[in-house]
Design a protein around this ligand. Structure first.
Ligand SMILES: C[S@@+](CC[C@H](N)C(=O)[O-])C[C@H]1O[C@@H](n2cnc3c(N)ncnc32)[C@H](O)[C@@H]1O
Length: 219
């Protein structure tokens, strides 16, 4: 069993690491261990309400000397695509349902005056053992150059965070209807922001040819 060490921080022993026994509403907790300890005896367990037994069996959350940050989802993606595959996202309709235990509809007041949103979400179905911290060919395509994980937007990335822009369709109580959100059904939503043109890039944007090719059929 994992035990609560501090509010929101759950601890597992090496014996239990790899089996997430966390309460349904547990926040997402980044793993943390003393820098000197690179064993599987983690100080803190990555604890996610959507986690399944055994998911962390091959995952070593130790390493790194940064303190963990605890975040709690503000809501969940409901509907839309149910499987993680790429392309044709523009046709997908879904909603973001705010956590009614923390928020009132007022939290979304005024959002319907904006055409687009920025959404931060978690790739909750990515197996942590598949996280890439170095470089790879985008989508595993050898025709495209091997580039660093921070030079691409693949989902198998440290912290499993996605940032997406999508269209606001309607606001209805705690439900925010959206189109073109490339997060699948059940994705935990960590933040929602209105898109303002002025927060877009300053000056001309430049990108390599492989990125243009990859994105050609994405939306
Ligand atoms: C390439 S990533 C880009 C996401 C976001 N636009 C970004 O740039 O951070 C999007 C892909 O992640 C996958 N995906 C979406 N939600 C996911 C989830 N909750 N768990 C695992 N994979 C997910 C889908 O296959 C989708 O095509």
């Amino acid at each position: 069993m994992a035990t609560q060490r501090h509010p929101g921080i759950w601890e597992a022993t090496s014996a239990t690491l790899g089996i997430a026994h966390c309460p349904a509403k547990a926040p997402i907790v980044s793993a943390c261990a003393p820098r000197t300890s690179r064993s599987r005896t983690a100080r803190d367990l990555i604890c996610r309400p959507w986690t399944f037994d055994g998911l962390f069996d091959d995952f070593d959350p130790t390493g790194g000397d940064m303190e963990p940050i605890v975040v709690q989802p503000v809501g969940t993606v409901v509907g839309g695509r149910v499987e993680a595959f790429d392309d044709d996202w523009n046709v997908e309709n879904a909603l973001i349902r705010l956590d009614g235990t923390r928020f009132e509809p007022e939290a979304l007041a005024g959002l319907d005056a904006f055409s687009h949103l920025e959404v931060v979400f978690q790739f909750h179905l990515v197996d942590p053992s598949s996280i890439n911290t170095s470089a790879r060919h985008p989508r595993g395509n050898p025709d495209w150059p091997k580039v660093g994980i921070f030079a691409q937007r693949g989902k198998n990335r440290p912290n499993l965070l996605g940032v997406s822009r999508c269209r606001v369709v309607a606001v209805d109580g705690l439900d925010l209807h959206v189109r073109g959100l490339d997060a699948i059904d059940g994705s935990p939503v960590l933040d929602i922001k209105p898109y303002m043109a002025e927060f877009g890039p300053q000056g001309e944007t430049v990108q390599p040819e492989w990125a243009t090719e990859l994105m050609r059929t994405y939306y």
